[in-house]
Every structure is written in C-alpha cells, then in structure tokens.
Design a protein around this ligand. Structure first.
Ligand code: MV4
Length: 588
C-alpha cells in the first residue's frame, strides 16, 4: 500500500501548517490553497506549492469544492486533507473527492452524513447500545410534541436543531409555558444556520462536563480510543481551554467511556480520526452527544499525553495501513492543557478584534508547544476565525501543567489586537479552575473580565519589524557569471510609522476621547437594533447585534449618553468600521 505522494490541504492558518509538518515528516509533498485575502499568509509560504482559489469573495474561497479539486488537478496532488471547518464535514465534498480518484484523508462520506443528522446519529447510537441523552430520536414537529416529551422525561428540556451541533440552535425549556417560544426559536435558528428547521428534544442535564473521547479507526476493523479531553470551559459554545486527562475521569471511568466511544465509532462504520462528544454528569453518567468527524482544534492535548501524531495516523489510515498502535499500547503520560489565543476583546464581550499583529514572540522551553499560523506583521482578517495561536503545555500532572501554562502565557508577546492572553491568565489562576470545577457562569462573569483586564499587559512596544507583505522590486542577479534581470518579492521595510498611524485612526474611529461614534468592529449582518434615536443609554448597553461568521456579537455603547443618527436597521449589511450610531454625552 502506497502513501500519497502529494497532499493538498483544503484549509488555512495553523491547522494547514500543522498538517504540512506531518506531511514533510512522511516525505510527502504539500500543496496549499489560498484566498485573495490570504496571499501573504504563512500557510502559503510553508507549503511546497500554493494555488489561489479565487477570484471571488475571500470569505467563501475555502468552501468552493470545485476550485479545490481544480487546484488538486493542477498540482497533481493524489490526496486531500480537509483540516477542520470549511469542507471537513461536507459529505458531498468527501464523495466528490473520492469520485475524482483522489484519496480523502478523512472518514467515509456515509459516516459524515450519519453524524451530520443529530437525530439519525441518536437513533444509530441507541441501536448500538451507546447511551444517549434521554429524549426524542425523531424530529419533534409540533409544540405538542415538546410538551409530550416534557411529561415523559420531565423538565427542564432542551430543544436542539437536528442539523445543528456545537450549540447553535439550542433553546432551554424550563417549564411547559416556555415550550412554544423555544420550539419556534430553535426552528428559526436551524433554518438560518443550517437551512434545516427540524428540531428534536432532550432532557436538559444540569451542570454537566463536556468530555469527549478521541478515537482512531482503520480500514481493517481496528478501532481504539486515546483517552478523553475535557472541554467544559466554553463561552457561547466556543471552547476556550481543553485539557487531558479530565479532572473528573479516573481509570475506571476512562475505560467505560472509551468503550462507549469505540462502540459508537464501529456502529458508524467509521474510519480515520474522530471524536465522540459526550456529557458527563456529577453522578458519573456519560451520554453520547454528537460525533465530530474531523481532526479537531484540540487534538493537540491528546498528542502530548499519548505521543501519537494523529494527523500521521489519518494519512496512514487513508493509505490503507493498519493502526500503528493497539489499545493496550496506548499510554497516557502526564497532563496537557491547551489555551486558544484569540484576537478578541474581553472587555467588549469577546468581540473578534481583527487587525495587524505589530509584534510577536512565541513562548518556548520545556513542555511548551505553539501551533500558530502567524508571524509579526500578519493581518488577522475579519473574514475568518480570529484564533491567532494555540498554546499547549505538557506537565507531569495538572498542577504542573497549570503553572507551566501561566509561565508560557507570560512569555507570549502579541502586539496589536487585543487577545485572550490576559483572560487565560485570570482563568488559570482562579480557584474554580484550580479545583477542576465546571466553572459554569465563571467565564461570563464580571469578576473574571475585570481580572483579565488587570492581567492584560500593555501591548508589546511596536519594534521595527516588517509587515511581512511581499512587494515586487526589480533588480539583477548573477548566476555563474551571467546577469539576469529579475523581480524580487520582498517584505516591505519596517513599517512602524504606518502601523502607528493606523492605530491612531482606529482609536479615533472607535470612540476614543471626544468621539461619539459607535462603529461595527466587524463585517457582518445586523440582526436587531435595540435602541432608537433619543434613547438614553448607559455605557455597556447593547446597541445592536451583528452576526458575523455565524456568531452573534453584541455591539455596546462605549459611553453613557443620548443615541443619535442611527444609520442601520435589522437585515442591513455592515462593514468593519462602519458607524452604527452616535452616543452623544449628556452635558454636565
Ligand atoms: C446540553 C447541555 C445540557 N443538556 N445538552 C451542546 C453543545 C455544547 N457546546 C454544549 N452543549 C450542551 N448541551 C443537554 N441535553 C449543556 C450543554 C452545555 C455545556 C455542556 C458541558 C459543558 C459546558 C457547556 C456549556 C454550555 C452548554
């Protein structure tokens, strides 16, 4: 069985680079694709070859299957790795890759399809003896259906979108009188996010932990698990910190949930790396929630404690090789934690904060791993996920890993956009995290936001650095004594002055002292406007909600005063930096 000779990675940023690294170690050629917005991106530079998948809206470039297939043809690639997000869990794309005669480095399209429908997945898992959260396995089509389940399994209930996942389209039902509103709201969100308004109902579990199990399955019927990851600390269903082992899982429980995960993967006819997401309650019950049919952001912590390169296993499995290890060979060593370092502003409700990185130095030293896709001068685009880097540490036990993470967070220097560095410092020093609690409500708390603010360093001084963008410069070279006129693509010289001017411009636009304007920090769509002209608002009051990248972001008043000149309405598209309204300070 032959390995592929050249793999196209249909992704960008840190995960594309992560996959290129393994390909290089396997002696396999790497092909990048990029959008017009990513011409200067690091993933483009580190691949052996790169192809523009445009022209067209850069936000969609990585989602256009035909363009990716065309690039693969041009490059002579014989396999495609999708990474996470974008086309990774698109069963139709997986099928078209294989129909084109290329190797799909991922699960069978039938398994993607099955797990894409949360109701079909629940039905299949129940049939396989995998415990599912009590509730319906068929879509619930009327409010009466919700009420019937309420009588059957009791309140509270939760209505979830059947095509959903990751928390989108989830609505809590505390009592029968809330059923109608929750049912319709979940339907609407399902329709909006997944073009599928079907919903189903589960019992709502109180204060559970999100515990997921990594599995590997090959084409020869071998299925193993590599222990769990605890992803309980989330904000609006975005994971912020992941760790393994889970503070709530001992060897006996691990063996039990590991077996559940292996059974689930077998029942799905799975092959490749995958994750069974489940909820663990305080009484030790574990329930299947959904399966992620891709390599995940947080796969790194499992790699640190098992020593297994999960991407390497994916490539070997796709080539028909048997798993490189057996279940009894899996040894979990120590404790690993991952912090997602996003360009987000904690003080304005974790709003994505795209912008140019003016200074950048990664931590290193014992037990530290950084998976990132940026360099100094890189632009964090508003079009994509605002994750700058993943910081992963490995220690002998949880406390060692925690202290190591605090040390590494201190070493990390990121100038430019606000980041979650301060937030992670605050969270990792909080008694609730130290105790390994579920922390529900903590992430959103004022207390933590204030602490994060204190622990946020002044951005590193903008040292003279290149912005990294390549600019053409005509010059001559001599090769073996012969002169050639060439065009060099070179980074621009130090740009500190430009960056300074830009920051000042932005500061005045964002309502620095004296400015009334409330501006949208992102490109998106206005979902609703909460104020009218003449309204008196306090600082921090919600002005409007802007949806960007399927996330709802509250835009808040930057000061107290009177609302004037509201220039947007629900349904409007807004550009990054566009003025939404003014908040005129009241005369003292
Ligand atoms: C739940 C739940 C309680 N009961 N389902 C689904 C997506 C994931 N991001 C969180 N999800 C939840 N599903 C039932 N039936 C609670 C959550 C939940 C959660 C679970 C564990 C840890 C943190 C959480 C944060 C928010 C919601």
């Amino acid at each position: 069985m032959a390995l592929p000779s050249k793999v196209l990675v249909a992704n960008r940023g840190e995960i594309a680079i992560r996959i290129f690294r393994t390909l290089r170690e396997l002696g396999i050629g790497s092909v990048a694709v990029y959008s017009e917005a990513d011409r200067d991106a690091l993933h483009v530079r580190v691949a052996d070859e790169a192809y523009l998948v445009g022209p067209g809206p850069a936000a969609e470039s990585y989602l256009v299957g035909e363009r990716i297939l065309k690039a693969a043809r041009q490059a002579g690639a014989d396999a495609i790795h999708p990474g996470y997000g974008f086309l990774a869990e698109n069963a139709a794309f997986a099928r078209s890759v294989e129909e084109t005669g290329l190797t799909w480095i991922g699960p069978p399209s039938a398994a993607i399809e099955l797990m894409g429908s949360k109701t079909e997945a629940r039905t299949a898992m129940q049939a396989a003896g995998v415990p599912i959260i009590p509730g319906a396995t068929e879509p619930v089509v009327t409010v009466a259906g919700v009420l019937r389940l309420g009588e059957e399994v009791g309140y509270p209930l939760i209505v979830k979108a059947a095509a959903g996942g990751g928390g989108k389209g989830m609505k809590l039902v505390g009592s029968p009188d809330e059923a109608g509103g929750a049912f319709e709201s979940a339907q609407r969100e399902g329709e909006k996010y997944f073009a599928d308004g079907r919903v189903y109902v589960e019992r709502y579990l109180v204060d559970p932990r999100h515990v997921e199990v990594q599995i590997l399955a090959d084409a020869h019927g071998n299925v193993i698990h590599l222990g769990e990851r605890d992803c309980t600390i989330q904000r609006r269903h975005q994971k912020l910190i992941e760790e393994t082992p889970s503070p709530a899982v001992d060897d006996e429980l691990r063996a039990r949930i590991g077996q559940i995960a292996v059974d689930a993967a077998r029942a799905a006819g799975y092959r490749s790396a995958g994750t069974i997401e489940g909820l663990l309650t305080a009484d030790g019950s574990y329930y299947f929630m959904e399966m992620n049919t891709r390599i995940q952001v947080e796969h790194t912590v499992t790699e640190e404690v098992t020593g297994v390169d999960l991407v390497r296993e994916q490539v070997l499995i796709a080539a028909g090789e048997p798993l490189s290890i057996r279940q009894e060979d899996v040894v979990l060593r120590g404790h690993a934690i991952e912090c997602r370092i996003n360009a987000e502003d904690v003080s304005s409700g974790f709003l994505p904060a795209p912008g140019r990185i003016t200074a950048y130095r990664e931590p290193s030293g014992p037990g530290v791993r950084v998976d990132s896709g940026v360099v100094a001068g890189a632009e964090i685009s508003g079009l994509y996920d605002p994750m700058i880097a993943k910081l992963i540490v490995h220690g002998v036990d949880r406390e060692h890993a925690r202290m190591r993470m605090l040390r590494a967070l201190d070493e990390f220097e990121i100038g430019g956009p606000p980041t979650l560095l301060g937030f992670h410092r605050a969270l990792l020093s909080h008694p609730e995290f130290i105790a390994g609690g579920t922390g529900h409500g903590l992430v959103e708390s004022e207390e933590l936001a204030a602490r994060a603010d204190e622990l946020t360093r002044e951005p590193a001084a903008a040292v003279a650095a290149s912005d990294g963008r390549l600019r053409p410069r005509a010059t001559a070279v001599e090769v073996g004594g012969r002169r050639y006129d060439v065009t060099l693509l070179e980074p621009e010289p130090p740009w500190v002055e430009l960056a300074r001017r830009r920051r000042e411009r932005e500061a005045s636009g964002r309502g620095g002292a004296g400015s009334d304007a409330v501006v949208s920090p992102m490109q998106g769509t206005v979902l609703k406007v909460d104020v009218r002209e003449g309204d008196e608002v306090e600082a921090g009051a919600v002005i409007c909600v802007v949806e960007a990248m399927k996330m709802e972001n509250e835009i808040a008043a930057h000061r107290s005063g009177t609302v004037a000149d509201v220039s947007v309405a629900a349904g409007d598209a807004v550009a990054s930096g566009q003025v939404i309204c003014r908040v005129v300070a009241d005369q003292a």
